[in-house]
Ligand binder design. Sequence first.
Ligand code: SIN
Length: 533
Amino acid sequence: MTDSPDFRRYLVDIDSVSTHQVSTDYLVLGAGIAGLRAAIEAAQNAMVCVVTKGAVEDSNTWNAQGGIASVLDKGDSFESHIADTLRTGCGLCDDKVVDLVVRQGPQLIRQLIDWGCAFDLTDGLIATTLEGGHSHPRIAHAHGDETGKIIAQTLIAKAREQRKVKIIENFFTIDLLTENNKCLGVIGWHREKGLRIIWASNVILATGGAGQLYRETTNPSCATADGLAIAYRAGAVLQDLEFVQFHPTTLYIAGASRALITETLRGEGAVLRDIKGRAFMKDYNPAAELAPRDIVSRAILQQMLKTKSTHVYLDIRHFDKQHFAKRFPVINELCESFDIDVSKDLIPVRPSAHYMVGGVKTDGLAKTGLENLYAAGEVSSTGLHGANRLGSNSLLEGLVFGKIAGHAEVRPKNLARQPVIKYEIPHSHRSPLDISDVRNSLRAVMWRNVGINRKAADLRQAIDQVRFWQRYVMDKQFDNPQGWELQNMLTVCLLIARSALSRKESRGVHFRSDHPDTDDVHFKKHTEIKRED
Ligand code: SIN
């Protein structure tokens, strides 16, 4: 699929920043598990600069609860983890990548432990639990449901120990700078210092996810799909953007912001009940609460429709209260903050956007189609997940591909230079924008029309609406992250809706009510989108 752009190449005037430039060997965009692991690897023989748009703690990694999947238990096997990943990916996984990631897991997790990451233990061995789609308990967790935070803290500390790593917070990457299909660095904006150019021999895109494109999401506010948008504008291939994974259980309290309720709760016995109190999952799948999460999300949605309600409940009243508080401290605190006594009350939940399965297309060496540009973590599409991601495989993928990306060969520095192409930036004559109004409306349209259940008419309506907003947002020259974020969100929302419209079948996380069957004859293939100049 190609696109005819209706927006300019760079979002700011490059000429205005020619005096503020630095250069580095590696520039890592993002400080989640993939970015930090890449930085630590690269620092073994090169200078590394990590930039992150907020604080170093603002990442999807930091918020991950369930854990990291790997073969850590004697009774488990690589073959079993590989088979579960392939089955969940519904025919679109890359076998070689699955093999690579699964087999690298245990040693990279042990390395994390050597660096100080305290995974929870049972009888001196790493404790493992279950999530949907896994045929063996293989989810390692740390400090109960604070797994992501503990891993991130370990990696942040390790990266800070490296003499050759510099971490810059509050740096918003506006665009990748390119010349002849080669990435040369980035133009960005620092909260105190303003516009800057950073030239780099290698750029590693590890900007994370896109959950904020949807009104309902488990993701933090930083997950606005910036990496996908900048890669697209630079000419990289984006793959499988229709595959957006929805998490079945997000705390649903009207007016409160959504919060993830980890799937490992269901792995450890939590039951889904509708508003009448009925456990309904067996009606939809024999694996009940432990079916893959796309099945559980759709079942919840259907049950909400049947019972005319806005949510269902998660029942953990049978859990030992003290054990629960220790095993799931984040959820325990969250419930307490809303006066939910989990030993007596049911927890109101509903599905929400959780993980971008598609992303910037990479090969087994984390290379994108642009020279010197690598991608790792949620922003990438490596072939591990196929059409659906097996729970807790993403932290593992970030670890493995972060390390791989950090291994790239360092070529002579692209010392400060001007991009050869000049861009005319038309000045908008339209009226001032209410950025948050457009942003909220966009997220609502994505949730309604490009959500868990899709059909052609809804997708077309979303495309028309996004194009309408694009006409008066994309021609503006902003000078703040809110504006650039909105431009990125509009760009990626359009690409998701178009990808979803083009896949006229149902597969993995992509469900089309007007094409409910899987069509291997026409669609057992990836959807690719590239900007057409
Ligand atoms: C969860 O804890 O339920 C989320 C884990 C994941 O998305 O991999």
